[in-house]
Ligand binder design. Sequence first.
Ligand code: HEM
Length: 179
Amino acid sequence: MKGIVFTEFLDLVEDKFGLEMVDKIIQQSQLESNGIYTSVGTYKFSEMLQLLQHLSENTNISIDDLLLVYAEHFFSVLETSYPGLIATYNDPIEMLASIENHIHIEVRKIYPDAELPTFEVVNKTDNSLIMIYKSSRAMHHFGLGLMNKTFEHFNSTATIVLEKIKEDGTEVKFIINKN
Ligand code: HEM
């Protein structure tokens, strides 16, 4: 997992819960990196999982809810860091339907070792989209947060329903309807 995902995560934890919480979750985890991340480095996903688990235990907020809020913050990082990529689009459904065959392809050119999910488009109309998310990392709520913000970016909103295909969240159907 790319360092930018860790640095932005710990910045947000500091912002919302204070520096003591950042220190606490780092101390509670077994981290090869010792909790020292640079935005261009690459670290084990298991480190993110431990940080999330401990934050969840310390705050009584579910990992899914933490990932949702984090993704909403991460979207603004993407807007700042990759304005050109988002500017290719003028419609949220078009943008989301292009994650697999455009957006994340460009991401892979920048970060060849990025660990990305797959999003298979099952059905698409002007106002709706059905996609299957697959990833061993089960970060579907991170996807949900990015989707919410994608609609907001285009001054729009949507109703998004998640249906787990696999109980462990490694395969999830997203049913997206523009409001
Ligand atoms: C992960 C870039 C848009 C869904 C990532 C990562 C990067 C990235 C750098 C981390 C990879 C790693 O740590 O190895 C971008 C950029 C985007 C974009 C530059 C747009 C400009 C989106 C959108 C979605 C999305 C709109 C909506 C669903 C995800 C998910 C992950 C991810 C769910 C977590 C990894 C996983 O589930 O396996 N993306 N992304 N991305 N991205 Fe994107």
